[in-house]
Design a protein around this ligand. Structure first.
Ligand code: FAD
Length: 317
């Protein structure tokens, strides 16, 4: 079922959903199930599976020579989606990215998804490759998520790359990413919002936000979106802080700020357990306020660790 249908059927109740990462190459699918099982009691309407493109590593080949090798450390997004739908009878949403895909490869990936009965895709540009400072599109691929969304929308109208053949339309519900604290590359928030509007105009039917720790930023973001005519559902994404490392890692990697009150609590933490507990308590507080405000769904970033999300969900759903 499409995300938009799940939201419409919720009758104003806030839905629960979460996101997982494919396991590192070589780990079994059981590690995915171990992360999902504890969360099924909260009846998620959909589970997102992230997509991870290749990275480059350098192998020593003797005599001072290094070989540059492309490796994908977390393959399996599509297979995991199929396995989740088969085992749990819940909608699984693959993340689809521009990076590393030509338009033709994107078209073929979408055909695979359609054959698997997948009704939703979250369409993203993707992050730059770890060893590259900026995002580089495939020469025959997309530079921005809006172009990917346009391609999926065209396929939904039966327009494929080979335009001389009549093709069956696909029927994907398309999601897009939004950034309450601005995407880090955008010149300013207004510019970023206009680019978000372009994604919605191109066919995105709902938005999932980047993680944030200050609900006022989400509420302001939703208001700013509504003011420029973005009227689709905006699903807040929450990430529970899990460790002392997250104190600096999350702001640095995701370009978000901790509010002063949270920062003060984190500064008192002596070990990972204490930071995890602060993360859970903050997550409960944030979720309660969002639910009271009537958000359509709360989407949790598990990063393959369901312990904190379960502790929060127990209090909310
Ligand atoms: P875009 O919407 O293309 O925006 C990227 C930047 O370009 C923004 O600054 C925007 O303002 C600007 N921009 C857009 N259009 C134009 C234009 N026409 N001209 C000039 N500038 C423009 N990454 C992964 O690799 N795999 C994942 O599975 C994944 N999942 C994610 C899930 C969520 C919910 C979120 C919020 C992010 C996720 N990401 C993932 C990270 C995402 O790929 C990065 O944040 C990426 O840098 C931007 O992706 P986007 O789709 O928002 O890009």
């Amino acid at each position: 079922m499409k995300v938009t249908e799940h939201l419409a059927n919720a009758n104003g109740n806030t839905l629960f959903s979460f996101e997982i990462l494919p396991p590192l190459k070589g780990k079994s699918i059981q590690s995915i199930y171990d992360g999902i099982d504890p969360l099924m009691e909260f009846k998620p309407k959909f589970v997102n599976v992230t997509y991870h493109r290749e990275e480059y590593i350098y192998k020593e080949r003797g005599q001072g020579l290094l070989e540059k090798i492309a490796v994908r450390k977390r393959p399996g997004t599509v297979g995991i989606c199929a396995a989740i739908m088969n085992k749990y009878d819940v909608d699984a949403i693959p993340h689809l990215i521009c990076g590393g895909f030509s338009r033709d490869e994107t078209e073929n990936a979408l055909i695979d998804l359609q054959f698997l009965g997948i009704d939703n895709v979250l369409a993203l540009r993707g992050d730059p490759i770890k060893t590259e400072s900026t995002f580089k599109a495939d020469p025959n691929g997309h530079r921005f998520a809006v172009e990917l969304i346009q391609q999926v929308s065209e396929m939904n109208k039966g327009s494929y790359m080979m335009d001389d053949i009549q093709m069956a339309p696909t029927n994907f519900c398309i999601g897009a990413a939004g950034y309450p604290e601005k995407h880090f590359e955008a010149m300013n928030l207004d510019f970023d919002l206009q680019n978000l509007k372009a994604k919605v105009d191109a066919g995105a039917e709902y938005i999932v936000t980047q993680m944030f720790f200050d609900n006022t930023k989400y509420f302001a973001f939703v208001e700013a979106c509504r003011n420029i005519g973005i009227n689709v559902p905006i699903i807040p994404g929450l990430k529970p802080i899990k460790s002392l490392t997250h104190i600096s890692f999350l702001p640095k990697f995701f370009h978000i700020d901790y509010p002063v009150e949270l920062a003060n609590e984190l500064l008192k933490c002596k070990d990972n357990k204490a930071a995890e507990q602060v993360g859970i308590e903050w997550g409960i507080q944030q979720s309660k306020e969002l639910k009271d405000a009537g958000v359509p769904c709360i989407h949790y970033y598990t990063m393959s660790n369901s312990f904190s999300v379960k502790a929060i969900a127990k209090e909310i759903f």
